[in-house]
Every structure is written in C-alpha cells, then in structure tokens.
Design a protein around this ligand. Structure first.
Ligand SMILES: [Zn+2]
Length: 300
C-alpha cells in the first residue's frame, strides 16, 4: 500500500509539473502576442458620421487626429474606452470646424490629455472658446503646427507637417468656410516604409500650394485620407497622382446631404487604381502595419 501511495504522489507531482510548464508556456506565448500587437501601428478611422476622427495606437500610446462632431461625442468616448484608451498622449485638430473639433469637450472631461496640436487658427465659436479655456485651465501642452514641423509619436512614428505654410494663407477661396478648410493641418504619418497622409478638409487651392512646395517623395503615401470627406472641392487628380496611394479612406456619413463622396473623386481614385474604403458603408476602418506591409480591417 505504501509503495502505491508513493507512486500516486509521484504521478500527481509529475502532472502538476506538466500543468505548470504548460501554463508558463501559454503565458509566455500570450505575452509575445501582446508585445507583437503593441509593436504594430494601428490606425483606426472611426465611424463618426459626417465628420473625421482617427485613433493611432502604438506601444501603448494613443494619438487622436480630429474628434468628430458634437452629436457623436458619447459614441466617441465609448469607442476610445473600448480600445483601452485612458490617456490621449497626442490630440491633433486639423482645423476648428465643428465636425473635427466637436468631440473635444467630452474628451477634456473623460481623458487625461498630454499634448494638443492644431493649425493655430482662431474661431469665434463658443466651441472654440471653450476648447482654448480647457487647454489653459488644464495646463495642457499646446503648439500650433506649421509646414516643416515634425512631431514624434511613441518613439518610432513620425508626423511630418506639410501644411499650413508658416507665411500665412496663400490658398484662397471665396467662402469663409473654404478658407478655414484650406488652413487644415496636412500631415504625413510615417512608420518605416508605411505612411498615411491626413488632409483634414484641405481643398484644391491648398493642394495646389502643397504640390508647388512639397517634394514628391515627401508627399507619396501608402494610405490617403481623402480631403474634405470626399468632396469634389478636394482630391484633385494632380494631387491624387502625386500622393500615389494604394488605398484611400473616405470619412463620411451614411446618406449625407452633401452627396459625399462625389463621383468625380471616386473616378480619380479609380484611375489611380486605389482601393477605396468608406466609413458610411464599411463602418470603422482599421489599418494595421508593422512598418512594411499593412492589413485593412473593415467593421462591416
Ligand atoms: Zn470636415
């Protein structure tokens, strides 16, 4: 009996050791999986209706480019929390129109914000005044971006600012709204050989200036966020040809009253043979890159 009990104890101890080793191996595997995920740049073009908001995640840090509109505030907060965001390391506002700045008031309340960039353009709206008041009250680091500025995100991701120009508004249009659009921050996010060009609502006049002043290599990007939600006031054939995107994301609302994206823009993108993704049809669009290749994941 004594021998059998000892054998049983030995067998049990053996089983425990095997189980422990399996657990350790599994935990190590999970760790590697999580590490590998954190090493990839994730760019989420959020579905915020007729507006813009894109979340960049890399090595546990979070950067938001534009914040959607006022009516999408609570949905934006929910999406960010679902993606594990507690701190926004960088928020970049392309220009102070409501469909880009509108979510900001909720973000001040719900997240710790470390750094804010915008195009330095002031606005008379209560929304803008509240935005400035919050930056001052919360002592958030702030800088207005100009062409030539370089912002580093999480060490390896570099944001090259291509527009607006430091010398002021050279890109004119008749409407005040168009002039504001044309001061949008246009920036190229580069991670290894992968890149995304964010254009805010920059229109053709700004695109012409960018084509005139920015070297083609600096403008070329893997992914392009179509300017001004796919409006024909942006995405001129010359600009699309210079950027040479493999894929284009249009951030626009389902059944929007403007008819975005316009057929002329879709035709120019087709000519470029770029894959087109639209938040109105695809929902949120996520692009994941290791700095070389990339994968696009559609929400629907
Ligand atoms: Zn807009």
């Amino acid at each position: 009996m004594k021998g059998r009990a000892a054998a049983l104890r030995t067998a049990l101890a053996g089983c425990c050791l095997i189980l422990l080793a399996a657990c350790l191996l599994f935990a190590a595997g999970c760790g590697r999986g999580a590490d590998a995920e954190a090493e990839q740049l994730q760019v989420h073009f959020l579905d915020v209706g007729q507006a813009d908001a894109a979340l960049l995640q890399y090595k546990g840090q979070h950067m938001l480019i534009d914040t959607g509109d006022v009516d999408g505030r609570s949905a934006l907060v929910q999406r960010l929390k679902e993606k594990g965001v507690h701190t926004l390391d960088v928020v970049l506002i392309s220009h102070p129109h409501g469909d880009h700045l509108g979510g900001m008031a909720a973000l001040f309340d719900q997240f710790h914000i470390k750094q804010i960039y915008d195009n330095g353009q002031e606005s008379r709206t209560a929304m803008y005044k509240n935005y400035v008041k919050n930056i001052v009250r919360k002592k958030i680091s702030y800088k207005a971006l100009k062409r030539g500025d370089k912002v580093t995100f999480a060490g390896d991701v570099v944001c090259h600012v291509l527009w607006p120009a430091a010398e002021g508004a050279a890109a004119m249009t008749a409407s005040e709204s168009g002039r504001t659009n044309n001061q949008s921050v246009v920036c190229k996010i580069a991670f290894g050989s992968f890149s995304v060009l964010f254009t805010g609502d920059a229109q053709r006049e700004a695109e012409e200036q960018i084509l005139r002043h920015v070297r083609r290599n600096d403008l070329k990007a893997t992914i392009l966020k179509a300017g001004h939600h796919g409006s024909k006031t942006s995405s001129s054939p010359a600009f699309i040809e210079a950027v040479r995107p493999e894929a284009v994301v249009v951030s626009c609302g389902a059944g929007n009253s403007y008819g975005f994206p316009h057929t002329a823009v879709l035709a120019a993108l087709k000519k470029q043979k770029a894959d087109v993704y639209r938040t109105d049809r695809d929902g949120a669009i996520s692009v994941v890159s290791d700095g070389r290749g990339y994968t696009v994941i559609k929400e629907r």
